[in-house]
Design a protein around this ligand. Structure first.
Ligand code: UD1
Length: 368
């Protein structure tokens, strides 16, 4: 019998791990448990409820204004307790958050093997995105199994001399999650989203990354005001729960009639909004994978991306966070039908929605 722990703490990890939890809990004879750190509280609870997941352990670590060291320290201590008491045979972590890194380190210290889901993503600089690039590299130093979403990610790992027999190309589980919640005749429940006119163009915006806190976020807000004044778009900003980010966004954008601010919409609401929008402006990592699956062009407000596959496929474009370059890129995409067509029909490089089943099948083979 395999004792398997799946750990997550933030919303994106919860979404991307949900299909894998379901798949592994379906394997007879396995004791598959979910450990939530609670790095995010409301945003993770929404996902647990949506996918009908139960947390067997919840460290409940979130505090407002938490620092990276506080997240890591509380996770490390909490995980150590659980690992010592329950002793799983394998711990699966996801991606690049502080939850994932601290959980991987705690497992490593307890000599419990770690499987890294979404392994092998890289940018050239350990500082960017901060601290995620460091987190994912550190996890890959500690891990035993590597589930790479793409061939490119697997190649990054081989270049770092990871044993090729421990690397598997599986696709990204986010596509599995996304396809399970997008519905053709979806009815929104969020009042602000119900009021949108889906026959008119919609620009969806998200911004939360640490590199964009401060001046860049101001530039992003000013760009949105300019786009609002110069186009017919309805602009929907899906705000992160971080109160500091919300304060800036509400201050700049709260009184513009074309701009709708929505407080951290649930995943199903957001995914269905994405499915109905014209284009997406974001600094998120995961959205660079999801939007192409829904055939939506993505303009990324970052200088670098760890997801070059989407860039190469032509569905994603990097625009940085300067006001001028954001405005120019959005207006160009709206006025150039050929460019829009090219970006929205590019192939999705992140898989077909069966990544979780693949990972589960690999584990069944390795732990029979
Ligand atoms: C974290 C991840 C980032 C990921 C992002 C997704 C790290 C270092 N960063 O960043 O990689 O892209 O999650 O959202 O792990 N908050 C709430 N309720 C919630 C969630 C957040 O109030 O449900 C507020 C809290 O005040 C918290 C703040 O948001 O202090 C920031 O959350 P934190 O997890 O520290 O950083 P994120 O920017 O969300």
């Amino acid at each position: 019998m395999l004792k398997l722990a799946l750990v997550f703490g933030t919303r994106p990890e919860a979404i991307k791990m949900a299909p894998l939890v379901k798949a592994c809990q379906g394997v007879a004879g396995w004791d598959t448990r979910v450990i939530v750190t609670g790095q995010h509280r409301e945003m993770v609870d929404q996902v647990l409820e949506l996918f009908d997941l139960e947390a067997h352990y919840d460290l409940n670590i979130m505090s407002h204004g938490q620092t990276l060291n506080e997240i890591s320290e509380r996770t490390l201590r909490g995980m150590a307790g659980i690992f010592r008491e329950w002793r799983p045979d394998l711990v699966l972590v996801h991606g690049d958050t502080s939850t994932a890194f601290a959980a991987a380190l705690a497992a490593f210290h307890e000599r419990i093997p770690v499987g890294h889901v979404e392994a092998g993503l890289r940018t050239p600089s350990v500082q960017n995105p901060f601290p995620e690039e460091a987190n994912r590299r550190l996890i890959d130093v500690l891990a035993h199994w590597y589930f790479a979403p793409t061939e490119r990610a697997a190649e990054n790992l081989r270049l770092e001399r990871v044993d090729p027999d421990r690397i598997f190309v599986t696709g990204n589980t986010v596509i599995d999650a996304l396809l399970s919640v997008v519905e053709k005749d979806f009815e929104f429940t969020t009042p602000e989203l119900r009021r949108l006119d889906f026959n008119r163009p919609i620009l969806v915006v998200t911004a939360h990354r640490r590199e964009n806190w401060g001046e860049p976020l101001t530039g992003i807000c000013q760009a949105l005001l300019e786009i609002s004044a110069r186009s017919q778009m309805q602009i929907v900003v899906a705000m992160h729960k971080n109160p500091d980010i919300q304060a800036v966004m509400k201050g700049f954008l709260g009184s513009d009639a074309n701009i709708t601010l929505v407080d951290a919409p649930g995943y199903k609401e957001f995914a269905n909004l994405l499915a109905r929008c014209t284009l997406l402006l974001t600094d998120s990592g995961g959205l660079q994978e999801e939007a192409p699956a829904l055939h939506k062009p993505v303009l990324v407000m970052r200088e670098v991306t760890e997801r070059p596959e989407a860039l190469e496929a032509g569905t994603v474009k990097l625009v940085g966070s300067a006001q001028d370059s954001i405005v120019t890129a959005v207006l160009q995409l709206l006025s150039d039908a050929q460019l829009y067509q090219r970006m929205s029909t590019a192939p999705n490089p992140y898989g077909d929605g069966t990544a979780a089943l693949r990972i589960c099948a690999i584990l069944q083979e390795k732990y029979k």
